[in-house]
Design a protein around this ligand. Sequence first.
Ligand code: PRX
Length: 668
Amino acid sequence: MATTNVPTSFDSILNEERVFPPPKGFSRLAQIKSLAQYRKLYRESVQSPEKFWSRQAKAELVWFKPWTRTLKWEEPYSKWFIGGQLNVSYNCLDRHLGTARANKAALIWEGEPAAPGKPGEERILTYKQLHYEVCRFANVLKRNGIKPGDRVLIYLPMVPEAAISMLACARIGAVHSVVFGGFSAQSVADRIQDSQAKLVITADGGFRRGAVVPLKQNVDDALVLKDSHGELLTKTIEKVIVLRRTNNEVQFQEGRDLWWHSEVEKVDAHCPAEKMDSEAPLFILYTSGSTGKPKGILHTTGGYLLYAKLTSKYVFDLRDEDVYWCTADVGWVTGHSYVVYGPLANGATSLMYEGAPNFPEPDRFWRIVEKYGVTILYTAPTAIRTFMKWGVEWPQKHDLSSLRLLGTVGEPINPEAWMWYNEFIGGKRCPIVDTWWQTETGGILISPLPGATPTKPGSATLPFFGIVPEVVDDYGRPVPRNSGGKLVIRKPWPGMLRGLWGDPQRYQQVYWGEVEGSYFTGDGSRQDKDGYFWIVGRIDDVLNVAGHRIGTAEVESALVSHQKVAEAAVVGRPDAMKGQALVAFVTVKSGVHADAALREELRLHVAKEIGPVAKPDDIRFAEMLPKTRSGKIMRRLLKQIASGTEIKGDTTTLEDLGVLARLTQVEE
Ligand code: PRX
């Protein structure tokens, strides 16, 4: 049973009482209009899941062949819509062509701008145009030997061709594995080796804050990397297709490397969508686990698409006139489910932005919202806190009145950031959906429905249809309301991962070996008196200080609520007296003097906000926190710095390695 030696409950001392009911005007027009309507559907979805999902699958997707069995569940493996055949790209593109959506914008793309005040490059692809591009590129893949089931690695910047590549793979039944453009050659090689990919799709380079990221060069380097025995890591790659984006010079290997633009000239745009089995693999996406080796999360066709589509429809309350912008990179699962598959399956307009939020100036996002009349904005708490730090003058320069709904994802949002987002971005009129989910879950599992669920700042609120989350103790027993514990999911759902690529044992052990009969999320949570879920973060971020278990997110939230603090990360370090001591890494707002007096002020502030037990033992001021390129704070590194141990493990995703060097020097 319990295989890891981690704290499993904590005193949840965050005391957030504010409640924000959905605005009446919003509810009136929403897909789900009231809490009662949500509860009724939810009850049905968990009491008769097969009936519920079968009805949804019929209503939402186009099937080439109907399924004969809705669900086969043999823990830890689920199969959905068995015997059914469909195609993901057909459901995202072809099905809209005979409708009024054919000439609607499917993708709006904004490139990274060259200079302050200059607009970025812009491309708009209608459903018809996107279909045309996808069909042509699918034929390029076929022409280069790609067959159903083959793995294709996609290593591209945030350009429309990233979505085109994914959809082209789906169209011919190839399995894509997108690798985030910020990953190194080593990561590319590891992923090729693990997935045994046959083909790589990349670009000459990608733009990042005016510089060029040498993607093709990284692929070249990856393809010659060797393991410790001198063996080539990657032996399976036959072709590399290169998109011209930055025009920097690249090396070409005769016979292996091909230009995208030359290849598409050789094919036509007739490419019928392959009839895929509902359980055929759709993609593998690598994500970090508690050990060094990334896990290849496997998602399949029918269940994943249905779940991505349905969650997009209800959580974002998508309407035909929306301009929907999810700021995630396609290299992450959010980019898969909520930039590409979910929105397109719903016939929505999905906006993609290539660049950074502060390039060339910190108002980049708000310029884009104004320019395209964005109605739904879905971004990460870390971005919101950064915007707070940059100051309200940047959003205030722009007209944000088109926005009607805001979302967050990726980490717990501290109530202060939630309130700021609500006031300065949403103009106090937009509901906020705090969406909790994981790469493994395929789509959102816990979130408000914006027209139905009253929100509380910092809570992801209630489960989506068919999802049965529970907070349990070490023995898998439900804990009382307001007690902390492990967050598990009790029943299978269509979007759940189907395993780890090539590693069934690890799949069983990591997700199903912890709490009997349940999927273990790795997160800690509590449920309040109303049944709302408050996700505290990864269980290993929960500390035990002098017998009190404290969620680091709560201490961070308290620190960030101080007016002088921009961002904070709290980790534990071993302490002979207390078991663990709390170490806080803090960045301050511009113009603030970080000194011993402020340190004391902050300790007192935390004591006031939470209680003396949560007072950080150490506060270290830092210029920046070390983050992965997706914006997650690298707590593992901070823990090593906090406890003075040598820094080990993979730092290839670190945004700025210099941060590390500076942090290790801040000790006084
Ligand atoms: O700890 C939770 C946190 O992010 C983890 C999943 O990370 P990843 O697989 O990279 O997927 C991120 C995008 C879905 C979770 O185990 N997390 C994600 N969303 C939230 C969150 N924590 C709190 N609140 C959220 N809304």
